[in-house]
Write a protein that binds this ligand. Sequence first.
Ligand code: 5GP
Length: 190
Amino acid sequence: MKQYHKIIILTAPSGSGKTSIARFLLNRFPNLSFSISAATRKSREGEVNGKDYHFMSEEEFKAHIKKNEFIEWEMVYEGKYYGTMKSELERIWSENKVPILDIDVHGGIHVQKEYPINTLSLFVKPPSVEELRKRLESRGTETTEAINTRVNKASYELSFADQFDHVIVNDDLDKACKEAERIVEEFLKS
Ligand code: 5GP
């Protein structure tokens, strides 16, 4: 399989702090570019269509699946689809940049299989499942039911950590960012 371009995958159970780490890396390395996923969930306050996600209806999403336009897609939560479009990676590569994918664990495994060469995968681990629940509660964007769903899913997803190149334990965000920075710097130089 031919693959010359680089990809960085950042995966973690929801609430592990991976989005903060992604933001840090995007600021630190100007040649990284955030891969904007397609998603069928409702946008949260402050989120911008075409910047955070390409928000779309389930019908639109399924039409893209039919046309084979996704590298990977998952029903991450009940009835909510998320996916990485081939056109998104092509867009980033055409700008001579490296895409950074903030995607769920299964999506991460899938992309590694699809693009085994020149791909760096990072798994961000919360210090504990209890800590993860606290973080989701303090974020205040989710209902109790949604938090329970995310915490249950997280416990399951933690069992896949060893399928990624590096595991970063996020008990201290600064430390976790520094560790990710070191790994990414090395990868970009390679
Ligand atoms: P949220 O709804 O909190 O923005 O994201 C929920 C989960 O979906 C997160 O773990 C996020 O990384 C993941 N996600 C976002 N985009 C994609 C994608 O394109 N594919 C997959 N498989 N997961 C995604």
